[in-house]
Write a new protein. Structure first.
Length: 342
């Protein structure tokens, strides 16, 4: 017994010494050109497939992936964040990308064999030691679904064409046409900017730049333009075309909650309007804003993912999913700068 233990200990020490010399003497060839030793690729890929299957979100968390606006948003993000490595469905990868190890597969190949929930896990987490990056913002599993919706369309062979970003950047002010490939062009999930004051938009862009406000989509977008262009873009989009008036809406459960509040929820209109004077003029306008965006942001405030205003965090803290839907419906249907109908 003692002899067996001694042999096992000696083998363990020898193993560690061998591993130590591979590390310290540089014996392992890390060249991407050298390829993997026989069997290593199989072990790595099998580990990867099983790790993804084990951790992917549940099937009932998958939203409606056929929503054309969600697919368009995913395409907009894909064009700058993913196409440089995987190319578009009809594009080709550069020779340099094809020299990576492992090689980023062409996108049609990359999506084959994965369920939407698996793709969600891969895009949110990335794959260690392969070059496949994770999502740039923590806590934003919600927005990863836009990319999954696009990948699902690629798989079904009916993906929309990707926006031509390099051409869009040659505009005045620089980047404005690029920003407009999403803002004003996609019918849902993307916020309207023309209802906000330039100061709010400029501060917000700065928050995306520093990561104080987490969004993989917008952190990627602000990193595509020079930082000194951001104040000009804020002024450009805030000063955009006059808002079109939506149909006025009458009193609803959403109206009562927003204008009067409850014991746990303060009246939203006290800070956000409509109806002047508001207590907090720097709070963003909500009237006429996109419904899906409003609901998504309210969930982020409630769940503590979006921070930056303690008062707003407190206002959202005890909202239920039903109340969020009522408030988003009510604000989205209001005409911008509208008056409340009593
Ligand atoms: C810097 C290059 C790079 C970028 C940018 C990149 N990827 Fe990848 N991706 C890779 C590499 C390399 C792999 C291969 C990993 C492997 O084989 O283990 C990969 C793997 C994948 C896979 C799994 C394919 C499979 O079965 O092996 C999917 C799906 C994927 N990427 C989607 C995306 C999406 C969507 C984006 C943008 C949000 C993106 N990738 C951005 C390099 C990249
Ligand atoms: C790929 C689509 C896409 C592109 C390109 C894009 N945006 Fe956005 N933008 C979004 C989405 C989605 C959000 C919501 C992000 C969040 O959850 O915080 C957003 C949010 C914003 C907000 C916050 C608005 C608010 O009311 O809180 C501003 C400001 C903004 N974008 C400006 C820009 C500017 C300027 C550019 C160009 C540099 C740009 N966006 C490019 C999709 C895009
Ligand atoms: C005490 C003032 C106050 C009250 C009350 C308040 N908010 Fe806010 N809210 C703010 C401020 C300030 C911000 C912007 C904070 C930031 O971006 O840093 C904000 C941001 C938001 C946003 C994000 C909008 C965007 O364009 O990004 C939404 C949505 C929102 N509030 C909805 C509501 C709703 C619905 C209520 C009522 C339940 C409410 N708020 C109550 C102050 C308030």
């Amino acid at each position: 017994m003692r002899r067996t233990l001694f042999i096992l200990a000696a083998l363990a020490v020898a193993g560690l010494a061998a591993a130590g010399s591979v590390v310290s003497l540089g014996l392992y060839n890390v060249s991407a050109r050298a390829g993997h030793l026989p069997g290593v690729s199989w072990v790595l890929h099998t580990t990867f497939r099983n790790a993804v299957r084990l951790r992917a979100p549940a099937e009932d968390e998958v939203p409606d992936l056929s929503d054309p606006a969600l697919i368009a948003l995913g395409a907009g993000h894909y064009a700058t964040a993913c196409a440089p490595c995987h190319a578009g469905p009809d594009g080709s990868r550069t020779a340099t990308m094809r020299a990576m190890l492992p090689v980023p597969p062409p996108i049609r190949e990359a999506v084959a064999g994965w369920q939407p929930s698996h793709l969600h896990w891969i895009v949110e987490n990335g794959v260690k030691m392969t070059g496949m990056p994770g999502w740039p913002a923590g806590g934003r599993a919600d927005e990863v679904w836009a990319v999954v919706a696009y990948l699902d369309a690629v798989k079904r062979q009916d993906a929309p064409p990707l926006p031509e970003v390099s051409e869009q950047q040659q505009s005045a002010p620089p980047g404005a046409a690029y920003c407009a490939t999403c803002h004003g062009s996609i019918s849902a999930h993307v916020p309207r900017l023309d209802i906000q004051q330039p100061g709010y938009l400029a501060d917000t862009l700065d928050d995306y730049l520093t990561g104080a406000r987490a969004s993989g989509i917008m952190q990627q977008a602000v990193s595509m333009v020079p930082p000194e262009a951001l104040p000009g873009l804020a002024a450009h989009f805030a000063a955009g075309p006059a808002a079109t008036a939506a149909a006025a809406v009458g009193p609803t459960a959403g109206a009562a909650l927003a204008t009067r509040g409850t014991r746990e929820v303060p009246a939203c209109t006290a800070c956000h309007g409509p109806g002047a004077p508001v207590a907090q003029p720097e709070a963003p306008a909500l009237a006429g804003q996109d419904r899906a965006f409003l609901a998504a942001q309210l969930r982020l405030w409630r769940d503590g993912v979006r921070r930056g205003s303690d008062k707003m965090s407190a206002a959202a803290r005890s909202l239920s999913d039903e109340e969020i839907a009522l408030l988003a419906d009510w604000y989205a249907a209001l005409p911008p700068d509208g008056e409340i109908e009593e």
